[in-house]
Ligand binder design. Structure first.
Ligand code: EPZ
Length: 432
């Protein structure tokens, strides 16, 4: 954990060159949980080497699975039997996505004890739809002392309609359905590409899933799943972060090993802001231009504009020639980033779910704190174009979801370095 480190960014460099995008954090974590559904070995490749993956590996090992990194980006998971059905608080509180082991544990063992995932700094992050959906399969829940306990003699297929297309709830229910007796239908399911990646992985393991990526997913339960090898899809949010970094610095960057079809709205929005974006089979070239036009954005479930790119786009709109409005419809508290960006000279005010962004001529470097994973990444993007030096503290948030973030940016010309707080204080002593 890189607590006590910070990024020091010197603004003004245009980014130019190629960046290889890594595997998707928000798919890899679920595929690792899905590996619990079989007692055979699964091998995941193109796994991002990030702290959340290490946390999920620790959760799986606590449940009794053996997790090995045969080489960078390759994770082998062998769930020994019997699995131990408890995901402990100290791990779940580090990463709320751990709740995704609930469905697999219930499907394999008929019981699960998972610590209540704390909210996090972007919102309450409730799990009522996860629980209600699993109850429809016949699971019984008891919640108390900070834990969720679930029991089910046998999961029986159900017809479930989600009140809201929750990504996590869709994933938990999808995994439980693979081993439930009968045909499950999940209506109003999330349509994110990560759901399709999970369904493809499960079908490779012998599941019978149809309709992933649409609002209606059908699953015919089977008795057993087998192991196998699977490559994690490219990370569309890491890719989108670099698209904005290239555009805001008026650079010329080619992203490699990316799925452009997963970024349609973000690409359209960048074009309307004024960047040139050229799309290839599995690469995207973005060329930033001097003009940065304002734009309005409303975050929505996929295929709507992704909430995970909201802060990055707010950064480029902060220096647009005009006023933009961003509406955050997914999380109730995802504007923590605004206060930090305003310290760098942006002129943004928030009213409920709306942020009104009055474009300014430029940003100025300042000491700021990463409020969360994507807000932290967006502060780095702001630092790339701000006048002078920006120091971003609390970058452990960024290390949860971005591998080699500073190395990838330096390789295309950014002036960014990671400094531990002890080094920094020693340097300051020297300066004094
Ligand atoms: C996943 O979170 C992603 N995380 C998030 O990415 C992403 O922002 C989100 O999907 C939306 O795309 C992972 O995949 C690990 P949701 P998840 O269930 O599954 C409410 C990042 O930066 N809700 O679709 O938690 C919930 O409170 C992260 O990589 C309920 O009310 O998203 C939230 O307001 C941030 N009850 C909204 O729905 C429930 O039972 C969206 O949640 C479930 C969710």
């Amino acid at each position: 954990m890189s607590k006590g480190s910070r990024f020091v960014v010197e603004g003004g460099n245009r980014l130019s060159g190629k960046i290889k995008v890594g595997g998707a954090k928000n798919s890899a974590l679920k595929l690792m949980a899905a590996a619990l559904l079989t007692e055979e070995t699964t091998i995941l490749t193109n796994v991002p080497i990030i702290n959340d993956v290490k946390t999920m590996a620790a959760v799986l090992e606590r449940l009794g699975a053996r997790v090995a990194y045969s080489e960078p980006g390759v994770v082998e998971i062998k769930p020994t039997y019997p699995l131990y059905p408890e995901a402990p608080y100290e791990l779940v509180s580090q990463m709320r996505a751990s709740i995704i082991v609930l469905g697999p544990l219930l499907a394999r063992l008929g019981k699960a004890r998972v610590a209540m995932p704390g909210g996090c700094n972007i919102g309450l992050r409730k799990i009522d739809m996860h629980i209600r959906g699993l109850e429809a399969f016949g699971a019984r829940f008891e919640v108390g002392h900070g834990f969720i306990e679930a029991y089910s003699e046998k999961l029986v297929a159900a017809k479930i309609a989600l009140d809201y297309p929750s990504v996590g709830a869709t994933e938990n229910l999808l995994m439980a359905a693979t081993l439930a007796e009968g045909e499950t239908v999940i209506d109003n399911a999330a349509r994110e590409p990560e759901i399709v990646d999970l369904a493809d992985f499960l079908n490779m393991m012998g599941a019978r899933i149809k309709g992933a990526g649409t609002s209606t997913i059908m699953v015919e339960g089977v008795n057993k799943l087998h192991g196998g090898e699977y490559r994690v899809m490219p990370d569309r949010i890491e890719a989108g972060t670099f698209l904005v970094a290239a555009a805001i610095t008026k650079g010329d960057v080619v992203l490699e090993d990316v799925s452009p079809e997963h970024l349609e709205l973000a690409i359209n929005k960048l074009r309307s802001i004024g960047a040139i974006v050229k799309v290839g089979n599995n690469e995207i070239r973005v060329i930033g231009r001097d003009v940065i036009r304002p734009a309005d954005i409303a975050t929505l479930p996929y295929p709507g504009f992704p909430t995970d790119l909201q802060t990055q786009f707010m950064t480029i709109l902060a220096i647009a020639e005009g006023t933009s409005i961003i509406t955050e419809n997914i999380f109730e508290n995802r504007f923590m980033f605004v206060a930090e960006l305003n310290r760098m000279g942006s002129d943004i005010k928030t009213e409920g779910r709306h942020a009104i962004i009055r474009g300014v001529s430029g940003l100025s470097g300042a000491p700021v704190n990463a409020p969360d994973l994507r807000g932290g990444a967006a502060l780095v993007v702001a630092g790339l174009v701000a006048e002078g030096v920006t120091e971003i503290a609390d970058i452990y948030h960024i290390d949860r979801g971005y591998h080699n973030f500073e190395q990838k940016l330096r390789a295309v010309g950014a002036s960014i370095e990671r400094v531990s707080d002890t080094d920094r204080s020693n340097r300051l002593k020297i300066v004094r």
